[in-house]
Write a new protein. Structure first.
Length: 581
């Protein structure tokens, strides 16, 4: 059974982190799990407020698993149909490493929203995590969706269809088929239904499991008091007064992904009809649920979805639709060059989307597709409106860049993708010590703390081709080394610098952070360095790199080895001139 398989995997990973000793469980390293009743419920406020005390993981299951992965919230295939061999060797290794990455000291924070029918899966994988339930009244969520045009931008029409199909699968149809009619509803109706269904699934999964409510309405009206209660619950030290992050260039802020807009009032930019439709279909869905679901589950979901009356309705203000970027081509990107600094030569710019697209295409032709068995190896592909800039064209069998973003730095790149780029370029990734030394005396990060709301062009204004651009800003960068993990645990690699969505202070830049080899995010890219004896001519070809990666994947099916040994074999395959067999 799937649940038994997930439980076994969860226990295996927890045991690596000292969770099971002499038959008893220690709760010291299990991450805090923040689950939203929907999107736009204040999860980024929580994350930003706790960032200094708790390492962050933003939707690792919803964002970083391929949509075909058996445990992905986007997978339409009912999980029970995957049978006994529900995960292949690569899928098992990736999921175990991803889960292990969530443990650590200090305790980590994991945010997930809109898991829908994967809620049970996530809670099974993290059975001893404290749970925070982030709630917001439906009209508030609908207002945020309307203001950002998120229904269309984030493809929620397709999302509704996907969830409705899953609700009709053998596992779920007896309880949820009635709740999501396949009648192509208009946006407010569909949004109301989806909010109710996600809340019901979350309440159902958490029945009997302790959890704490974090209300959006409370943190807007009393942020200091709300954060104080969270700090006491999690036993972390936070400033006495909430400090709202401020952009260094407010005019340029992209409010879709930036989280620095302070709110002190509960105002919904909706007309009366839209607000009434949302509320009506939330309540209607809860009413239909009475035919199939436990009354306690319905009462809990209804409590989480209450509060529409707290909002003052304002007629929405029509705003012109603006392109994300000016139509102008922007500054010319210099040819890649290397500048001697701190004992090694640093590449002048971060690796661009155009460069990453070329490499991904060549590897695909060489027999190394980016996504295999539901696992993203080199890069996590995301829709453009979700921040993805690199997209695979199946018809043309090539990778393409969102127009206008060719000269922007590649992100959503795994350490594996960064190491492959380094090997292809006749370079390597810097060590953390090298990055620390090189950053001493460097100018402050130009693009950090939501100054722009996204990564900017790799060219830093005012710098020439012979200088290093964005050494500590724009994106964090993967390093070649990582913290000691022990022989059994998966390998991790350090991240260095500041990104557009992280603080740019000296303390934040120097803070020690690390991720597992197949992890990725919108704030991490690639910075290359060269030693005196390396040049472009020493780079490995795409066919050789594809051969090494495929060899490692084949190795997963060989004799049983620990997660740590398998990861070390991968590191050797990507960094050694002639890796051992």
């Amino acid at each position: 059974m799937l649940t038994a398989d997930l439980t076994t995997l969860a226990r295996r990973v927890a045991a690596l982190h000292g969770q099971y000793e002499a038959g008893s469980l220690a709760h010291t390293t299990a991450p805090v799990l923040a689950l939203g009743t929907f999107e736009r419920v204040g999860s980024n406020w929580l994350s930003d407020s706790l960032r200094a005390e708790m390492p962050q993981h933003n939707e690792p299951f919803r964002q970083q698993l391929s949509r075909k992965h058996p445990t992905s919230p986007y997978n339409r295939i009912p999980l029970e149909l995957t049978g006994g061999a529900w995960l292949g060797e690569l899928e098992q290794h990736h999921l175990a490493c991803a889960l292990s990455d969530l443990y650590g000291h200090p305790r980590h924070l994991v945010k997930e929203t809109n898991l829908f029918f994967s809620t049970d899966t996530t809670l099974t994988l993290l059975p001893h995590s404290p749970v925070l339930v982030l709630t917001r009244a439906p009209v508030g969520v609908a207002s945020s969706f309307a203001r950002g045009r998120l229904w269309k931008r984030w493809g929620y029409g397709e999302r509704y269809a996907q969830v409705a199909v899953t609700a009709r699968s053998a596992r779920w149809r007896d309880e949820f088929k009635l709740l999501l009619p396949q009648d192509d509803p208009e946006e407010p109706i569909a949004l109301g239904r989806l909010m109710a269904v996600n809340a019901l699934l979350l309440a159902r999964a958490l029945k009997g499991r302790a959890h704490t409510i974090v209300s959006y309405e409370q943190h807007v009206t009393d942020p200091t008091g709300t954060l104080g209660r969270i700090a006491a619950l999690l036993n972390v030290d936070l400033p006495a007064k909430v400090q709202q992050p401020r952009p260094t260039n407010p005019i340029a802020t992209d409010s879709t992904f930036a989280t620095n807009r302070h709110k002190s009032e509960l105002v919904a930019g909706l007309d009366c009809r839209t607000a009434e439709l949302v509320s009506e279909h939330v309540n209607a869905t809860l009413g239909r649920a009475a035919q199939t679901l436990d009354p306690q589950v319905i009462a809990t979901a209804a409590e989480w979805l209450a509060g529409d009356y707290l909002y003052e309705l304002h007629e929405p203000v029509a705003r012109p639709r603006r392109a994300e970027r000016p139509a102008a081509a922007g500054p010319k990107v210099p040819l890649p060059g290397y500048c001697p600094m701190a004992g090694v030569s640093w590449r002048n710019t971060l690796v661009t989307n155009a460069e990453m697209a070329d490499l991904l295409t060549m590897l695909h032709v060489a027999g190394m597709p980016n996504t295999q068995c539901g696992t993203n190896l080199l890069l996590c592909p995301m829709p453009h409106e979700r921040g993805g800039r690199l997209h695979f064209d199946a018809k043309e069998r090539r990778w393409a860049v969102s127009p206008g973003f060719e000269a922007h730095p590649a992100y959503w790149v795994t350490w594996v993708g960064a190491a492959v780029m380094a090997a292809w370029s006749g370079a390597r990734l810097p060590t953390r010590a090298e990055a620390l030394e090189a950053s001493l005396g460097a100018p402050s990060a130009r693009n950090s703390a939501y100054a722009i709301g996204d990564a900017s062009c790799v060219v830093e204004p005012g710098l020439g081709a012979g200088q290093v651009h964005h050494l500590v800003g724009n994106l964090q960068a993967w390093c070649s080394d990582g913290p000691a993990q022990g022989a059994e645990r998966p390998e991790q690699r350090f991240l260095f610098g500041a990104a557009w969505n992280t603080p740019g202070t000296r303390a934040a830049i120097q803070a020690e952070r690390s991720r597992y080899l197949l992890g990725s995010s919108r704030g991490v890219g690639i910075r290359l360095v060269r030693d005196p004896d390396t040049t472009q001519a020493t780079g490995l070809g795409a066919w050789e790199l594809a051969h090494r990666l495929n060899g490692w994947i084949d190795d997963l099916a060989g004799p049983a080895r620990s997660l740590g040994e398998l990861d070390r074999r991968l590191v050797t395959a990507l960094t050694a001139a002639e890796p051992s067999s």
